[in-house]
Design a protein around this ligand. Structure first.
Ligand code: NIG
Ligand code: FE
Length: 423
């Protein structure tokens, strides 16, 4: 007789429906659901060493396997942890006064030109130490985690000098360690022209490339490099220099591109093999083609679109037709998206732009991971990936995009470890 050796898992979650976001593997199993969810009904998932060790229909559980702990999912839905792949979560102060100005008719760009906007948050951030930056960002992060976020990107970019950018990245590192989440720290030194370089953008780019980025990278504080390519920020030629410096340091790049005007930033970041181009309301056909050819993810930010009362929609259909993967993120920041909710972004993307719930949920799981270069580690339910799992009290996954408010995870596991769930 040929009997398989016994298998012992750390944890087995049974009696759950799985939305794997692996359509190629599981997409056609249940015609009731959009294939993008990759549904496995009446499923189970096993965890060993913080990774997914097995998943499938509960009826197919290998008879030789057992687990140290079993969890009854009570027929709820299990999804991969959500990924917020574009945030500016660490900053000092707030910009409620500018919100009032904007509602009296002053534009976001005009406020920035008059020394407000990003630079007003730079003044507040520079005046805030690391401890206070962590303390101020903690409740923002907790708000995201309470909605099932288990992976996040946090940018610098409100320091704009070496010491202050360092403090922001240190604050991000501390938050990542405190909550045990998967974190990407992105250096956004090219966010705005700081006051000390008012009429000397190229001089600032020199300092950024020669001193700031190499120092912070050497200190192990930088996982990726971003910039703001815009008429009120940096040109494509200036961003090209920043990207060359990032490439030389072996750091992946991404870009805030075509948010307010079309500058050709998406094509630039694609040319540099970028992870993502973000915002993209003013993206043109050439930019879409460049992104498709390079495999650069489009990160769409419905919070900033909504909060700035933008009327030009990103070219969603053209991106989809070109096969560009689409991610969604909160863009959580004090100026253009003081909205600390990824669930709200799901609803916005569907109601404002016509994404389907399955597309929107794919955009904060599978494609959120892709936008951060994490596709081998998380973002879907697949054997070998991190066991970052969220159990939801839903009848169908679409409810997560449909209802805003009142839906909270029943249980969260990060690398297989159960987390305290806020009720
Ligand atoms: O993603 N576009 C530039 N950066 C941020 C806004 C920053 C701010 O206004 O403070 C964004 O929208
Ligand atoms: Fe942003």
């Amino acid at each position: 007789m040929n009997r398989a050796a016994p298998v012992r898992w750390d944890r087995l979650i049974r009696n759950v429906h799985l939305a794997t976001f692996e359509p190629a593997q599981h997409g056609s199993q249940d015609p009731q659901f959009d294939p993008d969810y990759g549904v496995v009904r009446d499923g189970a998932i096993a965890i060993a060493g913080g990774r997914i060790a097995w998943l499938g229909a509960e009826a197919q559980l290998p008879p030789n396997a057992s687990a140290a702990e079993e969890v009854d999912g009570q027929g709820q839905w299990l999804l991969p942890g959500l990924i917020d792949c574009h945030t500016h979560l660490v900053f000092g102060g707030n910009r409620a006064e500018e919100f009032e100005q904007r509602l009296q008719g002053v534009s976001y760009a005009d406020i920035a030109r008059a020394g407000g906007g990003i630079n007003s948050t730079v003044r507040a951030t520079r005046a805030t130490g690391v401890d206070a930056l962590v303390a101020q960002a903690r409740p923002r992060l907790q708000a995201l985690l309470a909605e099932g976020v288990t992976g996040i990107e946090i940018k610098s970019g409100y320091g704009l000098d070496l010491a202050s950018e360092r403090q922001m990245l240190q604050a991000a590192s501390r938050l990542g360690a405190e909550f045990g989440i998967k974190l990407q720290r992105t250096f956004l030194g090219a966010h705005a022209l700081p006051p000390q370089y008012q009429d000397n953008a190229d001089g600032y780019v020199d300092e950024l490339c020669q001193t700031m980025l190499p120092s912070l990278a050497a200190e192990g504080l930088v996982d990726a490099v971003d910039g703001f390519c815009e008429s009120i920020a940096f040109s494509t030629a200036q961003m090209e220099r920043v990207f060359a410096c990032a490439n030389a340091l072996g750091l992946p790049v991404k870009l805030h591109a075509e948010q307010l005007t079309n500058q050709g930033g998406a094509a630039l970041v694609a040319r540099h093999g970028g992870l993502s181009a973000d915002h993209l309301e003013y993206l043109d056909a050439a930019g879409i083609a460049a992104m498709a050819a390079a495999g650069t993810t489009a990160v769409l930010l419905p919070g900033a679109y909504y909060f700035l009362r933008e009327t030009k929609q990103p070219p969603l259909q053209a991106l989809q037709q070109a096969g560009v993967p689409i991610a969604l993120a909160s863009d959580a920041n004090p100026g253009s998206s003081p909205l600390f909710s990824l669930q709200l972004m799901l609803n916005f993307a569907c109601t404002l732009w016509g994404m389907t719930p399955a597309q929107a949920l794919t955009a904060v799981t599978r494609n959120g991971a892709l936008a951060l270069g994490w596709q081998d580690h998380c973002g879907t339910l697949a054997r070998g990936k991190r066991a970052d799992l969220v159990l939801w009290p839903l009848q169908t996954p679409a409810e997560l995009a449909y209802q805003f408010g009142g839906i909270r995870p029943s249980q969260i596991w990060i690398e297989g470890q159960p987390q305290q769930v806020q009720s």
